[in-house]
Design a protein around this ligand. Structure first.
Ligand SMILES: [Zn+2]
Length: 508
């Protein structure tokens, strides 16, 4: 193609762009001037009228002044027996998505990676009338629980404009600030200031902006049968501080963390393009978050996934003190074993063993940390996991270790979706710079932690006597796949002989 032709095409594109821009400006001013008329038009439409009709006039952000007034709580919290014919949102336009530079849109400043939270700015993810124009995050507060909030609103049990009262909800212990909080590369998957949001941004909250903590820190006593046994059998000593009595009651500080993804940082962590990440998130959430595509200026996304919990044994100040020893277990959820005691894997035994070692470290003047990620079934979910159990147990030749990963790959397409690259964030948030004893055999976890700049001095595999017989298939397959172990790595031939329980041997 000649230069002249190219030049002509470019000129045409420029002209088109200018036309479009001037049209957009005209539309903005038209909509601003005709706000009242638009509202009347909206009122004429039945609330049950097809959404597409409503959205034609609602593609721009126009918030009725009346909506910004505080609403009174509803008289009854009981779901109505009569279907609610009056839409809760009848006086609000449906805003399908927003665009940068759109009339009325002015996101509150957010500088990810700033150590001073005031300079960093709050995370505002709410579509509350007073927040929607200044929102600087895509998604909703509460992780996956935002769906239950929607249900509560739809049932009439929750005022859609309810603003939480955060009195007395502040953390029970101080964590941080640590220098890592001001490093945009160290923490990208949650808000390091999430637990102090209500104090840092009290001013904005008092103005009616819907800012919510994404981390909460509390304390608890916990009792587990295995820990009680450890005390009875003399493996754990009662010290009145960490182990409180002969029932094995433990004293613990714990934190719950909801995900807040800084998309450029998440993309960089996985070595992918941010645009590709946004597109994939948009597509594979069924198109739930159009702003992933239409708002490249919004860099933060609150994904609808489970978060993580942190359990701290011993003095929380010791965790970030490099002169004190630290034991850590990073555990990914396995409901079947962790809670219900299934013996097909080593999850609960390893988790409890990890806790026991954390307690011992705390009693020896150090501290222990358990991090529990909601990544059920290697983040494939429990349905996939049970399907794989069935496929394994019904295999020709039985449930053998050589085919362990293949069965998962057949169903899910991959053997693991936990992708540990984001996992070390929580360790940096806690101010950890080294781990003395790592209670994990996972190479993915090890490499992610060490790769993020935290040294691991020793890796402790699960002791052989804690491995349930039916879970030998899993553990031997994992060791052969590269998991760290003090034990023998079996050959392919030997793996075919490691066989799990067959269902036929169980009488129903
Ligand atoms: Zn498990």
């Amino acid at each position: 193609m000649s230069d002249a032709v190219l030049h002509k095409i470019l000129e045409s594109i420029e002209a088109l762009k200018k036309d479009q821009e001037s049209l957009a400006v005209k539309l903005d001013s038209f909509q601003a001037q005709n706000k009242e008329e638009l509202k009347k038009l909206q009122e004429k439409l039945n609330p049950t009228t097809s959404i597409s009709k409503t959205t034609v006039i609602a593609n721009k952000v126009i918030v009725d002044e009346k909506e910004t007034e505080e609403l009174q709580p509803r008289a009854s919290l009981e779901p109505s027996s009569e279907p609610n014919k009056q839409s809760i949102y009848s006086d609000r336009l449906i805003i399908l998505t927003t665009y940068p530079d759109q009339f009325g849109i002015k996101p509150i400043s957010l500088k990810w990676g700033e150590l001073d939270p005031i300079v960093r700015g709050p995370i505002v993810a709410s579509r509350h009338p007073k927040s929607i124009k200044i929102r600087n995050a895509i998604g909703a507060y509460g992780g996956s629980y935002c769906v239950y909030r929607a249900l509560a609103v739809a049932m009439g049990a929750l005022d859609p404009n309810h603003l939480p009262d955060f009195k007395n909800t502040e953390p029970t212990v101080e964590i941080g600030p640590h220098p890592q909080w001001g490093n945009p590369d160290k923490i990208v998957s949650f808000d390091p200031f999430g637990h102090i949001a209500t104090t840092c941004f009290a001013n904005q909250i008092s103005q009616g902006i819907d800012i919510r903590p994404t981390i909460a820190i509390t304390r608890a006593h916990m009792k587990l049968a295995e820990i009680e046994n450890s005390v009875k059998e003399g493996r754990l000593q009662i010290d009145g501080k960490v182990v409180l009595n002969d029932t094995g009651e433990l004293n613990v500080v714990k934190a719950a963390v909801e995900p807040v993804w800084y998309l450029p940082g998440v993309a960089a962590r996985f070595g992918i393009d941010e645009g590709l990440l946004r597109r994939a998130l948009f597509e594979d959430t069924g198109g739930m978050y159009p702003e992933l595509v239409t708002r490249p200026d919004l860099k933060v996304f609150l994904p609808p996934i489970g978060g993580l919990s942190v359990y701290i044994f011993g003095n929380p100040k010791n965790v970030s003190d490099a002169s004190k020893k630290l034991t850590v277990r990073v555990h990914d959820e396995c409901n079947g074993s962790d809670v219900f005691g299934s013996d097909i894997c080593t999850c609960r035994p390893y988790l409890i063993f990890g806790m026991e070692e954390c307690v011992k470290e705390a009693q020896n003047g150090g501290s222990g940390v358990i991090v529990y990620f909601r990544k059920e079934g290697r983040a494939l979910g429990e349905v996939t996991k049970y399907l794989v159990y069935n496929a394994r147990k019904r295999s020709t030749g039985g449930d053998t270790a050589d085919n362990y990963f293949l069965r998962t790959e057949n169903v899910a397409g991959v053997k693991d979706m936990r992708f540990q690259a984001l996992m070390p964030d929580v360790l940096h948030w806690l101010g950890i710079t080294k781990i003395d004893r790592m209670m994990s055999m996972s190479n993915m976890k090890y490499e992610a932690i060490v790769g993020s700049g935290i040294a691991i001095h020793e890796r402790i595999p699960i002791p052989d006597e804690l491995i349930p017989p039916d879970s030998r298939v899993e553990i031997d397959a994992k060791i052969a796949d590269g998991y760290f172990s003090g034990g023998k790595i079996l050959s392919k031939e030997e793996l075919t002989k490691v066989r799990g329980r067959e269902w036929d041997d169980i009488q129903h």
